[in-house]
Design a protein around this ligand. Structure first.
Ligand SMILES: Nc1ncnc2c1ncn2[C@@H]1O[C@H](COP(=O)(O)OP(=O)(O)OP(=O)(O)O)[C@@H](O)[C@H]1O
Ligand SMILES: [Mg+2]
Length: 792
């Protein structure tokens, strides 16, 4: 059995029907059909057009509430299982706006009040059903009013929700953008901040709105006046303001803000409010600061770089030019920036080619090119060039690093020069070895001849000529060996004052009468360590040069002095080393030299003298001796103002205890046995002749092996080994060592014209070694042999 009696199956509607429109939908909660009919008749009688449905249980009621959607529910209070109050509760739960009218058989006041309290809109007693029509109409009116109120409530709720959503959106947007907003009620002096503004200022939102004064307190003291001025200006001009400033948060941290604000005026134009926003730009400021510092550092590097650094733009216009570039090229930054690079030398093809390559993205690494200085002189530079890129990868210019390699080039040349010298030296040494043997023979044989010839023999003159020529030849080989630093130096502790005094007589003869000789000798002069023969040669070479520079006469001064070279002096005078030196200075008042001549004077074979006059070996020889002696030489000269050479010899320590000048001794004869070892037969024979003349017994051998065999076979004593140093097979040194094992106590004298490192170190004779330089004279040989045998 269907619980429904559908009279009119109307669709669900939003609002109740009324008399003029569709029939009312009335749901009857009634178990007795006749009673229901009674109610309907009464409604019809009251003129209510309606469709009805009848239900008897809670489930049916719920179903009908949703599917029949009644405008009014009439609930009979007499149902045995389902009271009117039950029905009322179901309706309130399911369809709270649907009015319920209780229909009851009898009603006392108490029950009625309780129904109304529970929410029924009305009640009708069954025996007064004429009230039903008006009650329904009232209920409908009530329902309509309730529905209107509900709609209004929903709209209000929606609006609130929308506002909340927008506020939340704004708050999120502000937080995301780091922008805080504010509003200042000027009259009320109350600033309202958004959440983000509180966060930016580091203030707890619980603190509530703040005053303008409090706001100013949060501004950094140094920026406070600026902010106040900006706000004041805005109030005065009605113009919006914008400025960057710092704040100090309550926790003490510093932040950078960008603030903007503008005035809102009332109808009369008076400012009433100010609205604005703040943006926390601390990290941007920090990044800017970091960038600025990085830039400063980079700039410092560029400014102090020893490398010239320059940038060109795409059109070849100079954009930067560092101090090293100014120094290298001579143009100041002011002169070149904004102009095309002026340092292009000669043909510009190379320059343009390089520029094009780099602009196409191809870096140039370490090429040697020639550029031009401001004064026009070309300069060899090492160039590194790289393209400058824009952020999008576009090439906008060129960075160039330029190193002046002129100095390096010069060093290279000096190195080549040293190599050349060494080669010449080797050649000279090789020649000298053989040459000195020949000269030994010529000199010694002339001596022997002169001894043999009678005092008035007409041949004496010729022999003397030969003897003189061989002396000159010997001097020349000595020079060759000296400038190539191949000679054997025999340094002694020497008083330079004595040496100068000793040469004075000869000097006067060399320089002639037009030139005055002066000596300025330090009385407390320290002892120098140097080979005395070499010092004489130095003085002579310098004096001869001085003479040649003073063709019209002048003054030659020779001075000595003690000198201390300190670190500062040494720094300015490479390759000097700090320490004490004994100085010898030779000055003249002659023609002097210009810088380009001075640059070459120590080179062998450099001469400005006419052909046949000078060989160009004088100063090269001096230089070689000084270097080999561990000293230094400098020249000071100006054209027209004379020249001074200063030579520094190593100091021997202590003050001079003057040694008596060695007297030119006459050689003494001897009877000892001398073993002469020499591969050059002529030299060997000359040695034998000289020694035999002085009374010695002589054994001779052409080489080391033969000498050893001879020594083994010889029964008598051998007192002295006189040996050449450089020989094929066993060398002089090896021979001496082996012979000493065979015959301990034997004395050794080396004779050589040119020697390798067997008995010398860096050109200095090893201590304790007796040595005779070839070519030697008869007397020199006899003196040396006697001296070695006597152990002095
Ligand atoms: N006192 C000086 N005054 C001016 N010029 C000098 C002086 N000493 C040297 N010179 C210059 O230096 C050059 C080289 O000198 P150096 O003694 O090496 O060779 P030389 O004198 O020309 O030849 P040599 O010495 O071999 O006979 C000289 O030709 C001269 O031009
Ligand atoms: Mg000279």
């Amino acid at each position: 059995m269907s619980p429904r009696e559908t009279v009119n199956d109307a669709p669900q509607r939003q609002s109740p029907s009324d008399a003029s429109g569709e029939p009312l939908r009335i749901l009857l909660v009634e178990d007795v059909a006749a009673d229901a009919e009674l109610l309907l008749r009464e409604l019809r009688r009251a003129g209510v057009r309606c469709a009805t449905q009848r239900v008897q249980s809670g489930a049916d009621l719920r179903h009908a509430l949703h599917h029949f959607a009644p405008d009014v529910v009439l609930a009979d209070d007499a149902l045995p299982q389902f009271s009117a109050l039950d029905a009322l509760h179901v309706v309130q739960r399911e369809r709270p706006l649907t009015p319920v009218i209780i229909v009851t058989g009898s009603l006392n006041e108490e029950t009625a009040v309780s129904f109304i309290k529970e929410g029924a809109v009305d009640f009708v007693v069954k025996h007064r059903l004429f009230r039903l029509g008006p009650a329904v109409q009232r209920a409908l009116a009530l329902r309509r009013a309730l529905e209107d109120a509900a709609v209004a409530e929903i709209a209000r709720h929606r609006a609130e929700e929308e506002l909340r959503r927008q506020t939340e959106f704004l708050s999120h947007a502000q937080a995301a953008a780091g922008i805080g907003s504010w509003e200042w009620d000027i009259a009320g002096d109350c600033i309202t901040w958004s959440d983000e503004t509180y966060r930016i200022f580091g203030v707890d939102p619980a603190a509530g709105p703040i005053s303008y004064e409090r706001y100013l307190e949060l501004i950094h003291p140094d920026d406070r006046a600026d902010v106040a001025a900006a706000v004041g200006w805005s109030l005065q001009t009605r113009e919006p303001f914008a400025l960057d400033h710092r704040i100090v948060r309550p926790d003490g941290s510093l932040h950078f803000l960008h603030g903007r604000g503008g005035i809102v005026t009332d109808a009369s134009g008076r400012p009433v409010r100010m609205l604005g926003a703040v943006l926390d730009i601390t990290s941007r400021k920090q990044a800017e600061e970091a960038l600025r510092r990085a830039n400063d550092r980079l700039n410092a590097v560029i400014q102090s770089s020893p490398l010239a650094i320059s940038t060109l733009d795409a059109d070849g216009i100079v954009r930067s030019w560092n101090p090293a570039a100014e120094r290298l090229f001579g143009w100041t930054a002011e002169e070149v920036i904004g102009r095309p690079l002026p340092a292009v030398h000669g043909e510009a093809d190379e320059f343009r080619g390089t520029q094009r390559r780099v602009m196409q993205g191809e870096p140039v690494t370490a090429v040697e090119v020639i550029r031009k200085k401001k004064d026009g002189t070309p300069v060899t530079v090492n160039l590194v060039a790289a393209p400058l890129h824009e952020a999008d990868g576009r090439i906008t210019g060129i960075l160039g690093l330029i190193e002046d390699v002129t100095g390096v080039k010069r060093l290279e040349q000096q190195f080549f020069h040293a190599q050349k010298l060494e080669a010449v030296g080797r050649l000279a040494g090789g020649i000298a070895h053989d040459f000195n043997n020949l000269l030994t023979v010529i000199t010694s044989c002339s001596d022997l001849l002169l001894e043999d010839l009678g005092a008035d023999d007409p041949k004496r003159e010729d022999v003397a000529q030969i003897r003189k020529a061989s002396e000159s030849a010997a001097a020349l080989t000595r020079q060759l060996l000296a400038f190539s630093r191949q000679q054997v130096l025999q340094p002694q502790i020497l008083d330079l004052n004595e040496t100068v005094a000793g040469t004075e007589k000869l000097l006067k003869r060399v320089i002639g009468e037009d030139i005055q000789l002066a000596t300025v000798l330090a009385p407390d002069l320290g002892m120098a360590i140097v080979d005395p023969g070499q010092v004489e040669q130095i003085i002579m070479n310098l004096a001869v040069n001085a003479r040649d520079a003073m063709p019209g006469g002048g003054r030659l001064t020779i001075a000595t002095a003690n000198t201390d070279m300190d670190a500062a002096y040494v720094q300015d005078h490479p390759p000097a080393r700090a320490g004490r030196y004994v100085m010898l200075a030779v000055s003249d008042t002659g023609t002097g030299m210009d810088a380009s001549t001075q640059a070459h004077i120590f080179e062998p074979f450099f001469t400005t003298k006419p052909f046949g006059k000078g060989t160009g070996l004088g100063l090269a020889t001096v230089y070689g001796i000084v270097k080999q002696s561990g000293g230094f030489i400098w020249v000071y000269s100006e054209p027209g103002h004379g020249t001074t050479f200063k030579i520094y010899f190593p100091w021997a320590g202590g003050s001079a205890e003057r040694s008596a000048a060695a007297l030119a001794a006459k050689p003494q004869p001897g009877t000892e046995t001398v073993l002469v070892v020499e591969d050059a037969a002529s030299v060997r024979s000359v040695m034998r002749q000289v020694l035999e003349r002085y009374g010695y017994a002589v054994l001779e051998a052409p080489d080391g092996e033969t000498a050893l065999q001879l020594a083994a076979k010889h029964h008598g004593p051998i007192h002295l080994l006189l040996t050449d140093v450089v020989m094929p097979g066993v060398s002089g040194r090896q021979l001496a060592d082996r012979l000493l094992r065979l015959r301990p106590g034997i004395k050794v004298l080396y004779a050589s014209g040119y020697t390798d490192d067997a008995i010398i170190h860096h050109g200095i004779l090893e201590p304790g070694i007796a040595y005779l330089q070839k070519p030697f004279t008869r007397d020199a040989l006899a003196l040396k042999v006697r001296a070695v045998l006597d152990g002095s």
